[in-house]
Design a binder for this molecule. Sequence first.
Ligand code: 5GP
Length: 136
Amino acid sequence: MASIFSRIVSGEIPAAKLYEDDLTLAFLDINPASRGHVLVICKEELPALLDLPPELVAAVAQTVQRVARAINAALQPDGFNVIQNNGAAAGQTVFHYHVHIIPRWNGDQALIPWKAGQISASEQAELVALVQAQLG
Ligand code: 5GP
C-alpha cells in the first residue's frame, strides 16, 4: 500500500502543490500549524532520514531552502522552523520522509518549545565518547 504522500506524488489524491522537480515535491500541509506550513518530501517512498542516500538528503534540503526563500518573500513571517520527525516517538505520523517548513510570527503559539534541561561536564564527555565511537 503506497503512502499517502506517494499517492500525492502520483496524483491519485490532490494536494496544493508549490514546487516539484525530479526528486522532490513541496505542498501545503493539510492541517497547518501556521499560515504557509509546507511539507517537502522526496518522491521516492523512504520512511525516514536514516533511510535516504546522501544525494536525496541534499535534494530535499535544497528544495527546503528554495521554498523557504519563497515563503519568506511571499508571507514575510518573522521567522520559520524547519522540523523533521523520525519515528512515532518523535511525532512522525506519515512514514514517508518529509520536512516541515513552519512560518512563525512574533508571539504566535504555533509550536511548543522544549523544556531546557541541564548537562554536566561528565555527562557531556560520556555522550561525546559514545557517539564519536560510532562516527569512525
Ligand atoms: P509528521 O507528524 O509525520 O511529521 O507530519 C505529517 C504531516 O502530514 C502532518 O502535519 C499532517 O497534517 C500532514 N498530512 C497528513 N496527511 C496529509 C494529506 O493527505 N495531505 C497533506 N497535504 N498533508 C497531510
